[in-house]
Each structure stands twice: as C-alpha cells, then as structure tokens.
Design a protein around this ligand. Structure first.
Ligand code: ZN
Length: 133
C-alpha cells in the first residue's frame, strides 16, 4: 500500500487552499485586477492574465455539475474506498471545484455542502455531501 497523497501546505500556489482547509474554511482565489473567482489554484488569472490574487472564503455550498463513480482507485491509498464518487461542484459563487462526494447516489443539480475530513495529522480535505437544510 502506498502512503496517502498528502497536499503540500507550503506550495507557493496551492498551499493557502490547504492551510484554509485545516481551519475548516473553503477558499478560492479572486483576481485583484478583474475580480474573477477561480479554482483550482493558479499563478495567473485565466480571464485577464493578471498575476495578483487574494484568497477569499466561499460558503461551501453549490450543486453537482458532473460526477464519476470510480471503481478503480486513482491511488493505492484509496483502494479500500472503491467505489467512490468524484464530483465537479459548481459553487454558489461560480467556480467549479472537483472533490470527493459522500452520500446517496448523486444526480446532476443535487444541492451539496462542504464538510472537512482529517486525512492525517495536519492535513484536512474538503469533501461534499447532500445539503442538510
Ligand atoms: Zn483577472
């Protein structure tokens, strides 16, 4: 069995995303020049190419935009989890976020909310589940 794939909290681009997850906050980058919200973390804005951005909190709610059921683990560390669902979530603020979905069989447009799962000491992963309200 391989070791879990652990995000690099010190990564220059993506590190702040994982640091926020450790604090149970979901964040995306907002371009300082045009205001575009983006995920995954990038060093430049895909809309205007500006290289400055600020991390901002999002509500952690959205809808399932697409999903796939994995019957073979992407990594040996996930071998015990199959089958599992990887979903593309359209956050209420707009960005698309790829994450594990946990819950009954999903449908496109299902309302979901983030929750945070501790993977190993110091590393927390955002995941999504059906919205509770
Ligand atoms: Zn921009």
């Amino acid at each position: 069995m391989g070791a879990p794939m652990v995000p690099n909290l010190d990564d220059r681009v993506a590190g702040p995303f994982w640091q926020a997850a450790n604090e149970q906050r979901l964040v995306v980058q907002r371009c300082d020049a045009c205001g575009h919200l983006r995920w995954p973390p990038l060093s430049g804005c895909p809309d205007c190419l500006d290289r400055s951005a600020t991390w901002v909190d999002v509500a952690g709610t959205g809808r399932i935009w697409s999903f796939a059921v994995y019957h073979r683990a992407l990594h040996p560390a996930f071998g015990a989890d199959v089958p599992y669902v990887i979903a593309v979530i359209e956050l209420d603020e707009g960005p698309l976020m790829t994450a594990r979905y946990t819950g009954p069989a999903p449908l496109v447009n299902d309302q979901v909310e983030v929750f945070f799962e501790s993977l190993v000491e110091g590393v927390t992963i955002p995941r999504f589940r059906p919205r509770s309200d």
